[in-house]
Write a protein that binds this ligand. Structure first.
Ligand SMILES: Nc1ncnc2c1ncn2[C@@H]1O[C@H](COP(=O)(O)OP(=O)(O)OP(=O)(O)O)[C@@H](O)[C@H]1O
Ligand SMILES: [Mg+2]
Length: 355
């Protein structure tokens, strides 16, 4: 059995979803391993929710095939897929208690009442809400309501759990703790979770794999580390973390090393595969090292802006080529606005992307 036939695996083969004239998803092919937390990340309108609804069977594909656990579910509606979805708005039943909300799906499926009670209580304990069963949703905080919605989905023991922007109604502190809870539950149950967000930090924090979507298609798939260190395009470099994406000249390419000119300085960058015909250089702000100006430096500049943030200083440095955004988190010096500085780039942390 290969990975894409195991319970919890998801495969899309050339899936298209049109709404009238709008193509919400275009020619999407995917092969997702079971038991992982995979995030769909991308700007508003890029097709994240539509992709999730296609997995759930809440939308039918206009073309292509969808497999869950190796089974062709393309023409099956939601009821016949072993998939649960948590909606952004939670959609809890306001007049039912927490326990009734969580046990509702089991009741509808005619699971015996003793088993229903046990499974609902287990699910509530799993999300840290044992003892909250008698309350109404209105008697809970936003984060607790969110966890009831997760309990209501996992009680059905789905192969795949889908979460659409699950943290968007929560404040910053709660977002962090609920996202850790979701990750812990996913790991404990070993189920496949597909998680939608447009927040790159959240995606980096919880995911095994991130699918970055753009204009109804996939721009890049990879681990958080891959996306940060090896972005394939200027869009990814800019979307995942901060980046200076600047023009450069490639003077030579040999044995997997590109020699590039950035102003009067040259750098050697390891490259994999074909070099894009139109390349730009990605410089992460935290990889630029500032020091007091010295005549022998390769790049010099003047501090245009400096912001002290406690754990880091953020600078905008005017250089002869372009302005560079620099984050100094070593905190071993402070360069006031107007001072002359030398900039050191680390060849091994530079990469080239397609324009
Ligand atoms: N029922 C619908 N009818 C027509 N167009 C739709 C429908 N649902 C979505 N769309 C369009 O499909 C595209 C993708 O929408 P989708 O909801 O998947 O985006 P999204 O990535 O989830 O965005 P957001 O981050 O804003 O939630 C958008 O252009 C949207 O306007
Ligand atoms: Mg959406």
């Amino acid at each position: 059995m290969n990975a894409s036939e195991k319970a919890g695996s998801i495969r899309f083969e050339n899936v298209i979803k049109n709404y009238g004239q709008v193509t919400a998803v275009k020619d999407l092919s995917l092969d997702l391993e079971p038991g992982k937390l995979i995030t769909l990340l991308g700007p508003s309108g890029c097709g994240k929710t539509t992709t999730l609804r296609l997995i759930a069977g809440l939308e039918m594909a206009s073309a292509g095939s969808i497999f869950v656990g190796g089974k062709d579910v393309t023409n099956l509606t939601a009821t016949y897929r072993n998939v649960s979805m948590v909606f952004q708005s939670y959609a809890l039943f306001p007049h039912m208690s927490v326990f009734e909300n969580v046990s509702y799906g089991l009741k509808v499926s005619a699971v015996p009442s003793a088993e229903t009670r046990e499974r609902a209580q287990d699910a509530l304990a799993m999300v840290g809400l044992a003892g909250f069963g008698e309350r109404l949703p209105s008697e809970l905080s936003g984060g607790q309501q969110q966890r009831v919605a997760v309990a209501r989905a996992i009680v059905l023991e789905p192969e795949v759990l889908l979460l659409d922007e699950p943290l968007s109604n929560l404040d910053a502190k709660l977002r962090r703790s609920v996202r850790e809870d979701i990750r812990a539950i996913q790991q404990k149950l070993g189920i496949t979770v597909v998680y939608v967000t447009h927040d790159q930090e959240e995606a980096m924090a919880v995911s095994d794999q991130i699918i970055v979507m753009r204009n109804a298609g996939i721009e890049q798939i990879g681990s958080p580390r891959d996306l940060y260190l090896q972005p394939v395009s200027a869009f990814i470099a800019d979307f995942i973390g901060d980046a200076n994406v600047v023009d450069c000249d490639i003077s030579d390419v040999k044995d997997g090393i590109a020699e590039i000119q950035f102003g009067s300085a040259s750098y050697r960058i390891a490259i994999e595969g074909e070099i894009p015909t139109q390349s730009r250089l990605v410089i992460r702000p935290e990889t630029i090292r500032l020091s007091s100006y010295s005549e022998s430096c390769r790049i010099s500049g003047e501090v245009g802006y400096a912001a002290y943030l406690g754990n880091q200083v953020q600078y905008t440095i005017h250089t002869e080529l372009t302005d560079l955004f620099v984050i100094d988190n070593r905190m071993d010096g402070y360069f006031p606005i107007g001072s002359r500085v030398s900039l050191d780039l680390d060849d091994s942390r530079l990469c080239l992307v397609e324009v």
